[in-house]
Design a protein around this ligand. Structure first.
Ligand SMILES: *Cc1c(COP(=O)(O)O)cnc(C)c1O
Length: 400
């Protein structure tokens, strides 16, 4: 058994990352400033392929990237910028981080849940289309675990019907769909929480092509103040700035942006490492019938391997996902659940009358999914430890 606990996730922090943050501290300009602006620029460059990237963008306009304090804050501002409110419906999977559903409800709108594919955990274009009503204002698919959702058909019918499509790309930095990076068109929201593929401590990024939407997001993320190009360049708030509309306070400080910039320099390298470890997991788990890894979607895409998820079916052992996680913990292996179906959370059961049976694939997975340790600083020997511990749990169900 391992002598040292292996967490399910741990951010990769190098001396260069630390030095970048220390430089900001020494400069005494620690809130939003030149580093945030540079992070936004580099991030947008990366999305359209940049110099080093393999992905490319065909046609379309420039991408605006706006750094925020979190992806939750970014989604909050985006829903406001899209004028979502009472009477509006927002289509989303229930199998997502609960922040999305909370924000829809806090905006006074109604979440409309759609089921996911049983083996990829993705919402399908046809499931979403079937849930559309005249009140539908926004669709929020999730690029689950780092694979791409099938957004081509979603973009088409959302555009045709005048529905906004906001892609939850919290798991999908570096993910490609039909050869293009997620985020290089449309509206996307990324997260830099410490478990995500790059981190800024806490942080997020809104990306969109529409310049007037981007300007509204910029305003709403900082007190609703009108900011002109000069202000943005100087990164200062001119004393004359006026409130154009009531806004929030979700800007990203330079301490965080400097870490983000330093991490972005390694994003492809870190994602490659995640991918190699995931392939090794797949190989080693192929003969473990009690757990079922997720399947790859059938369309062309590149995975960024945010999470390595298995479904604990237990085989003949009768071991549940909860038993499994507890037994692994005793063997010094950390795990996580991403995610418990939102429609089964207390508040949504009680206020929306949601009940079991409404979303069968979501519920089946919500009861069984488990994220195994996966982060760039892990070794193959760590994967061997996890797989040995899993086999041990099922080999000795009594000695759990
Ligand atoms: C992490 C995550 C979020 C929220 O990100 P924060 O930066 O923590 O606010 C939203 N959606 C999904 C799918 C996530 O995994």
């Amino acid at each position: 058994m391992r002598s040292e606990f292996l967490p399910f996730s741990r951010p990769s922090i190098t001396d260069a990352d630390i030095a970048a943050v220390v430089d900001v501290l020494r400069s005494r300009w620690i809130t939003t400033g030149p580093k945030a602006a540079e992070f936004e620029r580099k991030f947008a460059e990366y999305l359209i392929g940049g110099q080093a990237g393999s992905a490319s963008k065909s046609g379309g306009s420039e991408i605006q990237a706006i750094a925020m304090a979190s992806a939750t804050g970014a989604m909050h501002v985006m829903l406001k910028a899209l004028d979502i409110g009472p009477g509006d419906e927002v289509i989303t999977p229930s199998l997502t981080w609960v922040s999305t559903i909370n924000l829809i409800v806090l905006a006074g709108a109604t979440p409309v849940f759609v089921d996911v594919d049983r083996d990829t955990l993705m919402v399908s274009p046809s499931a979403i289309e079937a849930a559309v009503t005249p009140r539908t204002k926004v669709v929020i698919p999730v690029h689950y675990a780092g694979a791409a959702a099938d957004i081509g058909p979603m973009r088409q019918f959302c555009e045709k019907r005048g529905i906004a499509l906001v892609e939850d790309a919290a798991h999908a930095l570096g993910t490609e769909y039909h050869g293009e990076r997620i985020g290089n068109r449309g509206i996307t929201v990324f997260s830099f929480h410490p478990i995500k593929n790059i981190t800024t401590g806490e942080g997020g990024m809104v990306c969109c092509e529409d310049e007037s939407l981007a300007n509204r997001v910029r305003r709403l993320k900082f007190h609703g103040l009108g900011v002109d190009a000069f202000d943005r360049q100087m990164q200062g708030r001119s004393p004359q700035a006026e409130t154009i509309e009531p806004g929030y306070k979700y800007n990203m400080p330079d301490m965080s942006a400097a870490l983000g910039l330093s991490q972005m320099a390694r994003v492809d390298e870190m994602n490659k490492r995640r991918g190699d470890l995931a392939m090794y997991y797949r190989k080693k788990l192929a003969d473990v019938e009690e757990v079922a890894p997720l399947a790859d979607p059938p369309y062309p895409m590149k995975h960024s391997w945010h999470l390595f998820i298995v479904r604990v079916t237990g085989g003949r052992s009768g071991i549940t996902r909860e038993d499994f996680m507890e037994a692994l913990k005793k063997r010094n292996i950390g795990t996580g659940i991403h995610f418990r179906a939102a429609h089964m959370h207390k508040y949504y059961v009680e206020t929306m009358g949601m009940r079991r049976g409404m979303l069968p694939n979501t519920e089946w997975n919500s009861d069984r999914i488990c994220s195994l340790p996966l982060f760039p600083d892990m070794t193959q020997a760590d994967v061997d430890d996890v797989v040995a511990a899993i086999k041990d749990v099922f080999a000795n169900p009594k000695a759990r």
